[in-house]
Design a protein around this ligand. Structure first.
Ligand SMILES: [Zn+2]
Length: 272
């Protein structure tokens, strides 16, 4: 079911990790951002759009992780965009197909059209589509070629996988040289417009109102600084006992500590 969160902006929430699909109203159709996740949810979205008399003009994936790369034939064969680095990463990672089990992808998730994303040329500042300007704020904070999106007219910030109230900052441990620094740089960039954000839509979690972008930026920065300083982390999002079904967030946290420790180890000069 679509829920309006700002003028011309609707959200469809998934049971999978509280994922938010964003639907932006254009002049003659809609822009779909990160549609997902379960098959029946995508069917529902197709039906909701059809019964509202809306067609899809374009899609956008905020970053190259499977739950942000989904599509349904009912949305039509329309341009699907991402940043150039996002699209290149998708091409490289999906070249041999995807092991759904390894990634914990539920069985009913349709993967036929996974990742058919065209990269926008470097330096593209807005999504090319016939609707309100949607600014692309590229950064490397969570995944290669990640983009947050800013709809200035409505004060809507679409965070991709940042600024969540249910997920800690999840670092790009797959290849970034300094994943914490990349993430902190992303937060700094987003902080520059935080005062103007009226509606914050994270990739996963609760929609935030005025002031919430700033609050989550501070919370995420505090987490990252503690992680970098190898200090104790006091963050309610990793309190497994408080959130049945979200225990894996504590596992992500443990894995991040471990990965950072081993990268520090490998930087130390080896003894003869
Ligand atoms: Zn992600």
């Amino acid at each position: 079911m679509l829920k309006q969160v700002a003028a011309g902006v609707q959200v469809h929430v998934s049971e999978f990790c509280q994922s938010n699909t964003v639907v932006v109203q254009g002049s003659d159709g809609v822009l779909l951002i990160d549609p997902g996740v379960h098959g029946h949810e995508l069917d529902c979205l197709v039906n909701d759009l059809a019964s509202a008399g809306q067609r899809v003009l374009a899609g956008f994936s905020t970053h190259p992780h499977w739950d942000h790369l989904l599509w349904h034939p009912g949305f039509g064969d329309v341009p699907r965009f991402g940043t150039s680095r996002c699209a290149a990463t998708v091409r490289a990672r999906l070249a041999g197909g995807i092991d759904a089990k390894r990634f914990g992808i539920p069985e009913d998730v349709p993967l036929e059209l996974l990742g058919h994303v065209s990269g926008l040329p470097d330096g593209t500042t807005q999504i090319p589509w016939d609707g309100p300007p949607v600014q692309i704020l590229g950064h490397e904070g969570h995944a290669p070629g990640h983009a947050a999106l800013w709809i200035q007219d409505q004060g809507v910030l679409i965070g991709g996988d940042t600024l969540s109230d249910v997920l800690i900052p999840m670092l790009d441990l797959a290849g970034a040289t300094d994943p914490i620094e990349d993430y902190l740089a992303a937060l700094l960039m987003l902080e520059g417009l935080a005062d103007d954000v009226e509606v914050l839509i994270p990739g996963h979690g609760t929609i935030g109102g005025v002031g919430e972008a700033k609050t989550r930026i501070l919370q995420d920065r505090k987490y990252l600084q503690a992680l970098r300083g190898a200090q104790d982390v006091n963050d309610s999002r990793i309190d497994a006992s408080a959130k049945p079904g979200w225990e894996w967030v504590a596992d992500v946290h443990a894995r991040q500590i471990q990965a950072l420790e081993s990268s520090v180890q490998s930087e130390r000069p080896k003894l003869p």
